[in-house]
Write a protein that binds this ligand. Structure first.
Ligand code: ADP
Ligand code: ADP
Length: 228
């Protein structure tokens, strides 16, 4: 599903954000990406989304070599990868329904498909009764569930979550984790960058730890493993 071979990323002379990263992520895995601030987590994610290019090495996503992807192909890559952010990034002037529908309109899905798919994903994240609300009318946890619905509405094979619980209280964070786990159980590969030690320790999933740009640990059923 995802493969990095000898991947390095230098932003400029002397700034080695990633150094010789080698790993494989299989379809359906749930992975925590951990590491101190500046360790390279965001860079790792940007390389997968083709927001940055590697300085060295090879990156394969869903059997496609994206190392030298043409500009024209980038939208197709991003269609296959849903993304969820810490700060939700919802459109404030659109309802919950419209926020999710908008992600389908962008890829020119038919209105028939939109009418079928949007209520389905809102149901999956437990927001069927909030479809007509605006983001400011929702709690933080509900907003994050909207952003998850938006991220999965086009059926991506990979979901990347960048600190998805960073703005949420612990109880709400766990609700979000339940939703992500459910999506994962349906076959979506999930990569979650996080500082949530408790969550990582309890979930017992694969942990990839970065330190100063290097993978220093890659462990099945791993733990967070360090103090922030
Ligand atoms: P994390 O997400 O784990 O905090 P980052 O991937 O953001 O780590 O950063 C890794 C390293 O790359 C840090 O030293 C950071 O300062 C540097 N870095 C990140 N983005 C840029 C950029 N656009 N230009 C220059 N240096 C950057
Ligand atoms: P059309 O295919 O004509 O665009 P839609 O079914 O997509 O019609 O819906 C039009 C508008 O109605 C949407 O933008 C949304 O605001 C609202 N809407 C549709 N379905 C729902 C729903 N289940 N809950 C809340 N609002 C909805």
């Amino acid at each position: 599903m995802i493969e990095m071979r000898n991947v390095s990323k230098d932003y400029s002379k002397g700034i080695h954000a990633l150094i010789n990263v080698n790993l494989r992520i299989e379809k359906g895995e749930f992975i925590f990406l951990v590491g101190a601030s500046g360790a390279g987590k965001s860079t790792f994610i940007k390389l997968l989304l083709k927001e940055e290019d590697p300085s060295e090495g090879k990156i394969i996503v869903s059997d496609e070599d994206i190392t030298h992807l043409s500009r024209r192909r980038i939208p197709y890559l991003r269609r296959n990868i849903g993304v969820v952010f810490q700060d939700f990034r919802l459109l404030p002037n659109k309802t919950v329904y419209e926020n999710v529908a908008f992600a389908m309109e962008i890829i020119e899905a038919s209105s028939k498909e939109i009418r079928r798919q949007v209520p389905m994903v809102l149901g999956m994240v437990g927001l069927s009764d909030k479809a007509s609300q605006y983001p400011h009318q929702l709690s933080g946890g509900e907003r994050q569930r909207v952003s998850i619905a938006r991220a999965i509405v086009n059926n991506p094979s990979i979901l990347i979550a960048d600190e998805p619980t960073g703005n949420l209280d612990p109880e709400t964070a766990w609700e979000i984790m339940k939703v992500l786990r459910q999506i994962n159980r349906r076959g979506t590969t999930i990569l979650m960058a996080t500082h949530a030690k408790d969550i990582v320790d309890v979930m017992q999933q694969r942990v990839i730890a970065l330190e100063k740009g290097r993978v220093v640990r890659d462990q099945q059923r791993g733990a967070y493993g360090y103090e922030d």
